[in-house]
Ligand binder design. Structure first.
Ligand code: ADQ
Length: 470
């Protein structure tokens, strides 16, 4: 991998480690997996919030970087994380699928916490012999670039947004829109998943500032400074998932599942339990399908695996209640006495081999978010299916970043059209097996061509080469 010749400092909401019964280890997660080889080569540091800042070790085996935990008070967690990040920015950036809450107190705390992260970073940069490359992750830390620039004027600074960036007319509703744009524009390079989000950002900048010129991937600010604004779609570790598809443990899990679901067509959903993921709409489509096609009762199973998420926030508790009510209603309506239920609902995360077994089992993967920055589940599914020459269909929302990459090989759905989506589920089940196999193979090829290592490389080289002063 062609990498900038400097240590790397990552600033993210969370640290990339977790504590198990046998001590601390690197967290399982796409970003950590992808960055491991990079930090192995260049070394560096990671700054992130942890509930137990004193308890976090400064190094963990298997991760060549220093860990710097930022501790937050209860009020800061409430205002910065549960409040401004997850109840203001998250719904606003997902096209208002929930109403964003505007609260001046949360905003002040968001600023305060961003300053705390920057103070830790200043400390790290000052102690470093060589000026590092600073890479900031996501919507929690949008004020960082400007704060870091003040603390480390010579450091190349990059920012990547994992959510969508909304259209300018929605972004403009945020009272602190200027501060956020100003915060971001101090970076040398700003990355988004798709050109649409990038263009939304550029239009927002042009809408709120006069005298900004956009030239290809470069924004030229009124003072002459240049900022690269790029689309770099995030992806997965393809080899890891292709291998996982065939491990003994996955085979064992699959054998159990095949027995359990023998003779049934399996539709699958795998998501964090988040209102952006379209789980309720998906369940309602299933309900309409079973209502219209009673002959499918008993031969169709829908499995929804939902990882608990943000469960101390009101909107997420309400979502859980409504999803579980929906599941209960469908099963109440369509279960025959003594027979299996049509909807299997698991409210938990599942281990990797089980996840791969479900991906292999599924005749149709339903990735139907109302809005989603990228969606890695879709990429994981096609990779696992194709590694075992599967013919599973991908039902994919047109409102997620992945949809921009997969074109018509996915069956594209508008999840807001609940009835239309139920017809698509029905017709997709009838697609010819060879056609389905070809579609999965082509989508898997697209994922292989642009895996997560490519994303890291594109991002880091972009940051190192972007940004020129006036
Ligand atoms: P998320 O909203 O968390 O990420 P996604 O991209 O789908 O969404 O990633 C979820 C990850 O969690 C996947 O790797 C998946 O395997 C795992 N997962 C989900 N449900 C699981 C379950 N029940 N058990 C075990 N694992 C489960 C945010 C943005 C996305 C963007 C990513 C990366 O919202 O749009 O793709 O960041 O930038």
């Amino acid at each position: 991998m062609d990498l900038p010749d400097r240590p790397l400092v990552i600033v993210a909401n969370r640290l990339p480690v977790s504590r198990g019964p046998d001590g601390w280890h690197p967290a399982a997660g796409g970003l950590v997996t992808a960055l491991r080889p990079v930090i192995e080569q260049v070394g560096g540091a990671w700054i992130g919030w942890d509930d137990d800042p004193e308890g976090v070790p400064s190094r963990v085996d298997g991760l060549n970087c220093d860990l710097h935990a930022v501790g937050l008070s209860e009020a800061q967690v409430e205002g910065y994380y549960h409040g401004f990040a997850n109840r203001t920015l998250w719904p606003l950036f997902h096209d208002l699928v929930e109403e964003p809450v505007i609260d001046r107190g949360w905003w002040r705390i968001y600023e305060e916490v961003n300053r705390r992260f920057a103070a830790t970073l200043e400390h790290v940069v000052t102690a470093s012999e060589v000026t590092p490359l600073v890479w900031i992750q996501d919507y929690h830390l949008m004020l960082q670039p400007e704060l870091v620039r003040a603390a480390a004027p010579d450091a190349p600074i990059g920012f990547f947004l994992h959510t969508p960036f909304p259209p300018p007319e929605l972004f403009a509703r945020l009272p602190w829109r200027d501060q956020l744009l100003h915060g971001l524009l101090a970076a040398d390079a700003i990355g988004f998943h798709t050109t649409r989000y990038r263009d939304n950002f550029v239009r927002s900048v042009q809408h709120l500032y006069s005298g900004v010129t956009a030239l290809g991937d470069t924004l030229i600010l009124p003072d002459g400074r240049q900022v690269r604004v790029v689309a770099h779609p995030i992806s997965i570790d393809v080899d890891e998932f292709a291998d996982l598809a065939r491990t003994e443990e996955t085979e064992r899990e699959l054998a159990d599942l095949e027995q359990q679901f023998e003779g049934r067509t399996v539709l699958l959903g795998v998501d964090r339990l988040d209102y952006t993921k379209g789980i309720r709409h998906r369940l309602q489509s299933i309900e309409l399908l079973l209502e219209r096609r009673p002959d499918l009762i008993g031969s169709l199973a829908f499995v929804q695996i939902a990882v608990p998420s943000r469960d101390d926030v009101d909107e997420y508790q309400q979502l859980r209640t409504s999803v579980e009510t929906e599941v209960g209603r469908i099963n109440g309506r369509f279960t025959e006495p003594g027979k299996d239920v049509p909807v299997h609902y698991l409210y938990r995360g599942v281990p990797r081999p089980a996840l791969a077994a479900y991906y292999r089992l599924a005749d149709m993967m339903c990735v139907t978010p109302l809005k989603d920055g990228m969606n890695l589940v879709a990429k994981e599914f096609v990779t696992v299916q194709s590694a075992t020459e599967g013919d599973g269909v991908l039902l994919l929302s047109e409102f997620c970043g992945t949809s921009a990459e997969f074109g018509d090989d996915a069956v594209r759905t508008n999840p807001f059209d609940i009835e239309g989506q139920s017809y698509l589920m029905e017709s997709a089940m009838r697609l010819d097996s060879e056609d389905r196999r070809g579609r999965v193979a082509r989508m898997a090829e697209i994922v292989r061509d642009a895996d997560v290592y490519r994303w890291v490389e594109d991002e880091l080289t972009g940051i190192a080469s972007g940004g020129h002063g006036p």
